[in-house]
Design a protein around this ligand. Structure first.
Ligand SMILES: [Zn+2]
Ligand SMILES: [Zn+2]
Length: 113
């Protein structure tokens, strides 16, 4: 009769408030090339085609966004110390996001945009 425990309910209440460094290898949904882990930070775009996925909502790496649309790189910014900033627009909900380019991003692919 008393086999069910409350332990699973307790685990759901543990939430991370800080920026989550979700760093994992994945296959790009746009070009189908394998993407390696980011060398130092949170990977969120493909270094081959610069496409990203609309998965983060409030903080980078939270993966709370239910959209999951493909994010197209619409423009590039170069701001002094920060290096290249990629502006992505979601093809599904049209939201725009700014992303610091990963250090291993193919700069030649960037110039082609
Ligand atoms: Zn790609
Ligand atoms: Zn979206």
């Amino acid at each position: 009769m008393f086999k069910e425990s409350n332990s699973t309910a307790i685990n759901e209440n543990v939430k991370q408030e800080n920026m989550i460094h979700k760093n994992e290898a994945f296959i790009c949904k746009n070009c189908n090339l394998p993407v390696k882990k980011h060398p130092s930070s949170c990977r969120n775009h493909c270094p081959h085609c610069l496409f990203s996925l609309h998965v983060d909502k409030e903080v980078p790496g939270d993966r709370k966004n239910p959209c999951h649309g493909l994010m197209c790189p619409i423009s590039l910014d170069h701001s002094g110390k920060k290096g290249f900033i990629i502006i992505h627009q979601c093809e599904k909900c049209r939201a725009k996001t700014l992303n610091k380019a990963a250090p291993d991003v193919d700069v030649i692919a960037m110039i082609r945009i």
